[in-house]
Ligand binder design. Structure first.
Ligand code: GP9
Ligand code: MN
Length: 618
């Protein structure tokens, strides 16, 4: 052993063993999906980076302290891995700070800890035992580590470099990982378990700090703002027409309004939805209001009638807040509430946020059979998703509120060509070319879902709301978009108009449907549907208003501060006529500028201060 000590400094040996052990746990115990060699490399590098950084600190200490530092570090690190491993086996998720303090979760674990333990877990102790043995009394050779100054700096520099290489690779593999977080699995996969925990601690402390300084008085200001600025008018004719019905929401992934009633090579892109227009209230000037949280932001808007945050995903940063959500309100009316989405349950922190929103149940990926044939792009194909969902839907107590989230029409819009029912578009943008095909695929799947609903008898007794969650084609594809739309260029005005997503409110049996031309946004869905269900609005904090009401808020705020009014569109400091797209002198936009920022800030205040905990519904 002496000879090894001479050649391998203790901290290097400890780092290598610990890093390797972590990698083995990632690879063989956590069920992390590895899709390409780059991810594999990141997975290997990140435990090494963390290990070298932490164990490398030992180089700055005197030999005796260093030995005990390395012993303690490998022991504590192992405990962290082991705790996550047990948690993962039970919850298929990683530990978060809030969850740690949620006694019910840990309590759940308590009884089953012994069952979660496997005898092979003993291997986690191997490096710890070795380190202890190597550093036992009088055994630590002074040759293990050099104390020369340049060496210390070198060690620090190398560890930091490794960490930076890891972070850069993670950012390339998952752009914006640090602001948006996405999924705990992504975080662990890309920056490693330990950095993930640090990240989690930072986010939770930031959230906590903001919350601590808020007190009950601020909610009064918010209430006053809402009372003064958000009309709660109702369309009396439509009030309660869907009373007691089941409520089915379908969030259509990346579906923008520009494909509706549009053809390609003589073929309708969305034939089913086009037909549905005449049997529904279809809103053609309806905008998504999402930011970095994408789908999750749209969920947040729709369930709370609050704006998502300007940065990051509110699902991640404020998943522990108090909300007065749509499912909570419906739950109080005796509705069974659930979400159906065949993706990892911790994506966008949904499992945590859905609890905060008071959903009774989340039918996540675990409830679905995924095979090679029924997997497209991000996961279960929309057709298989609906086919497999219906049996669960049929067993729900009635009335129910269930929200479905589709997935196939997601960037990069890859579709096996035998599944395609329409040609690809032909432009310089592969993204737009393929988008036409996946949008059609979702449309076809919706037709099948409606048929399934009819067969099961649920159709007649439900109200069905379909909306696009956010844009699918970014500005990066403007050239191809202008070709598609037959325009010379995409102006800032056109860009805002491309943020329109379809909204259908479909009430089976209802006859006086029409195409609605008034402006609206995702923030309006909650009060609108509540009114159709005959529920009182105006009793909670809501920044939207009934889409059918005569008197409505005269503007729709997008999350980046751009806005749409009845007459104008304001974006990039320019004001355009809403109907013609002609830029004007800005007078028509002026009165709304401040109002829009005040509104967004007021909504943010509610979230940062967790103010709804001070609010009592009337
Ligand atoms: C992931 C799905 C897509 O579960 O909702 O999320 P997005 O990337 O569109 O936000
Ligand atoms: Mn989405």
């Amino acid at each position: 052993m002496k000879s090894i000590n001479r050649w391998i400094p203790l901290y290097i040996l400890a780092s290598l063993l610990f890093g390797l052990k972590t990698y083995i746990v990632y690879r063989f115990i956590f069920d992390l999906s590895i899709e390409n060699p780059m991810q594999e490399m990141i997975l290997f590098i990140n435990p090494m980076a963390s290990a070298f950084l932490i164990f490398g600190l030992g180089v700055w200490m005197k030999p005796k302290r260093q030995a005990s530092f390395i012993r303690w570090t490998s022991m504590i690190g192992t405990v962290v891995i082991f705790a996550n491993l047990l948690f993962y086996r039970n919850f298929n998720d990683f530990i978060t700070i809030p969850v740690l303090f949620q006694s019910s979760n840990v309590g759940d674990l308590g009884g089953s800890i012994l069952e979660l333990f496997k005898i092979t877990d003993i291997f986690l102790l191997f490096d710890v035992i070795l380190v202890f043995w190597l550093t036992r009394k009088n055994h630590l050779s002074p040759m293990i580590v050099s104390y020369a100054k340049p060496r210390k700096t070198l060690v620090a520099a190398l560890s930091l470099t490794l960490l930076i290489v890891n972070f850069v690779m993670a950012e390339i593999e998952r752009p914006q990982l640090f602001t948006r977080a996405f999924d705990r699995e992504y975080l662990v996969k890309n920056i490693g378990l330990f950095n993930y925990h640090i990240y989690d601690v930072v986010i939770s402390s930031k959230t906590k700090a903001q919350r601590v300084f808020a007190d009950g008085s601020e909610i009064n200001d918010v209430e006053n703002y809402v009372k003064e600025n958000i009309p709660d008018d109702v369309n009396e004719e439509l009030k309660g027409i869907a009373e007691g019905k089941n409520v089915i929401y379908i969030s259509m992934e990346s579906l923008q309004a520009f494909v509706i009633n549009e053809t390609h090579n003589g073929e309708e892109i969305t034939p089913f939805l086009n037909d549905l227009i005449s049997e529904s209230f279809y809103f053609e000037n309806f905008y998504h209001q999402t930011e970095q949280g994408k789908t999750s932001d749209s969920e947040f808007l729709v369930e709370n009638s609050l704006y998502p945050l300007p940065r990051g995903a509110v699902f991640f940063t404020h998943g522990q807040n108090e909300y007065t959500s749509f499912p909570e309100i419906l739950g109080e009316q005796g509705y069974a509430t659930s979400v159906f989405h065949a993706n990892n349950k911790s994506f966008w922190n949904r499992d945590v946020m859905y609890d905060a929103l008071d959903f009774d149940h989340f039918f996540s990926e675990e409830y679905y059979q995924l095979t090679e044939e029924n997997t497209i792009g991000w996961g279960l194909s929309d057709k298989a998703f609906f086919e497999q969902s219906i049996k669960y839907l049929e067993t729900l107590p009635k009335p129910f509120y269930s929200r479905f989230i589709t997935l196939t029409n997601h960037f990069p819009f890859d579709l096996p060509q035998e599944e395609a029912n329409i040609d690809k578009y032909d432009s310089n943008s592969k993204t737009l070319n393929q988008y036409i095909q996946t949008a059609r695929y979702t449309d076809d799947s919706l037709k099948e879902f409606f048929d399934l609903l009819k067969e099961s008898g649920l159709y007649e007794e439900s109200i069905i709301v379909l909306y696009g969650d956010h844009y699918g084609i970014s500005e990066y594809h403007n050239k191809a978009m202008s070709q598609f739309l037959g325009k010379d260029e995409i102006t800032p005005y056109d860009h805002i108009q491309l943020q329109r997503v379809p909204l259908f409110i479909h009430i089976p049996g209802y006859e006086n449907n029409k195409v609605m031309t008034n402006i609206g946004g995702q923030i309006d869905i909650k009060p609108t549907i509540m009114n159709l269900l005959g529920l009182e609005t105006g009793n909670d904090i809501s920044f939207g208003s009934d889409l059918f009401a005569e008197e409505r808020k005269p503007y729709i705020a997008l999350r980046n501060g751009s806005f749409i009014t009845n007459d104008s569109i304001y974006t990039e400091s320019k004001c355009y006529d809403r109907l013609t797209g002609i830029e004007n002198n800005g007078e028509s936009c002026e009165p709304f500028k401040e109002q829009v920022s005040e509104e967004l800030e007021t909504s943010d205040q509610v979230i940062y201060g967790d103010l709804l905990r001070f609010f009592t519904k009337k």
